[in-house]
Design a protein around this ligand. Structure first.
Ligand code: ADP
Length: 365
């Protein structure tokens, strides 16, 4: 449905997008993720035909966007971050205007009713757009993108500025739309991407840094698996902690151990990372039973999307045996160079998630 081949965009000497290629199939919801300055908007703008590429090709439903922009664009419904609304018009007036602009051939009355019902704006059709709440405006923006029933929907940060209820509504709607349309969703909100998207492309410094499901990418970037153990030592004092950390580190397959918070008096949590090949649970159980320590909790925790995002975009060093296994991997091009001017994920928009995750990781290896 969408095919992007070796796409490059230069601004002067700077390559904002540097040889990006990917495909999106019919009925797929693709999340487009990346830190500020990564090249997301530039790519979106090329996909929608708003700016031209320096080189490379974009095919929308088989049509080259530069060779036949009219035909290619007819396949796309676009919701930019700031919806292009004429606020002095009524919702109905505006949607009729878009209908005419798109030279829509579908039955006007029935089609506009369908779109309004789908976007839940039927009750405000006669209202002036300037008097609508942000959530309603966003839904009117989505409605204009849906007019003429385009097979491809490109949505740029569709939930920015909405309240939690409105966010849930828009996400539910996007999920529903994904059944009938190919959707590309750009967002810096990681849980949103995880909740809505079938597949994720992480773009960093103008290149595709990872492409796959969150699980696939997590497995590709590291063989490590994480778990948290709560262990009760013999003396119920802090000296148990060092002894237990040392013993856990000696278990075959364990790569990293860090003592975390004291959960009960003298009882600590331990974050353990393994090489991903060895199931260390039995060995740890045997160790604890031999020493007379009690395991009060064992919780397996896979990498979150935040962990993945940080590892890819902030150049965090990952497992030492990275790349040595022979398992098939999703297409991935890891970029660990942190030296460029690109703003990192912990700045500006993505800071909440990025910071939360950085705390979780602790930084110890
Ligand atoms: P994102 O949407 O991921 O935040 P952008 O696509 O906006 O990133 O920008 C990618 C890079 O290209 C950035 O370094 C940005 O400064 C640069 N850039 C974007 N638009 C222009 C422009 N019109 N002229 C010069 N540089 C630009």
């Amino acid at each position: 449905m969408i095919e992007v081949k070796n796409l490059v965009k230069r601004y002067g000497d700077k390559k904002a997008v540097n040889d990006i290629s990917f495909k999106v199939e019919r009925g797929e919801i693709l999340g487009f993720l990346g830190p500020n300055g990564a090249g997301k908007s530039t790519t979106m703008n090329m996909l929608t035909g708003y700016i031209s590429s320096t080189s490379g090709q974009i095919l929308i439903n088989g049509t080259d966007i530069l060779e036949d922009p009219k035909k290619a664009k007819a396949n796309i419904g676009y919701l930019p971050e700031i919806p292009p609304l004429y606020v002095d018009m009524t919702v109905d007036g505006y949607l009729n205007f878009v209908y005419d602009l798109k030279k829509c051939k579908l039955s006007r009355k029935a089609h506009l009713k369908d779109v309004c019902d789908l976007c839940k704006i039927s009750d405000v059709r006669s209202r002036l757009i300037k008097n609508l709440s942000k959530g309603y405006r966003q839904r009117v923006g989505l409605a204009q993108a849906l007019i003429n029933n385009p097979p491809v929907l490109i949505l740029d940060e569709p939930t920015v500025g909405l309240d939690p209820n409105q966010i849930i509504e828009i996400r539910t709607l996007i999920k529903k739309l994904g059944k009938r349309h190919t959707v590309i969703l750009s967002s810096h909100i990681l849980p949103e991407i995880q909740a809505v998207c079938d597949r994720i492309i992480i773009i960093n410094k103008g290149v595709v840094a990872a492409d796959g499901t969150a699980d696939e990418i997590a497995k590709s970037i590291t063989n490590e698996h994480k778990m948290t153990l709560r262990i009760e030592g013999p003396t119920h004092t802090a000296s148990d902690k060092d002894m237990i950390v040392t013993a856990l580190r000696a278990v075959d397959g364990v790569k990293y151990v860090r003592a975390d918070m004291e959960r009960e008096r003298g009882v600590y949590d331990y974050d353990v990372e393994t090489d991903g090949k060895t199931d260390v649970r039995r060995a740890i159980n045997a160790l604890c039973s031999e020493k007379g320590w009690n395991i009060l909790m064992l919780q397996l925790s896979d990498l979150t999307l935040e962990d993945i995002f940080l590892k890819i975009t902030m150049g965090e060093q990952i497992g030492s045996d990275k790349g040595n296994d022979s398992k098939p991997r999703p297409r991935i091009n890891l970029v660990f160079d942190n030296s460029s001017e690109t703003e990192n994920a912990a700045s500006d928009k993505g800071s909440e998630n990025a910071e939360a995750s950085a705390d979780d990781n602790g930084g110890e290896k």
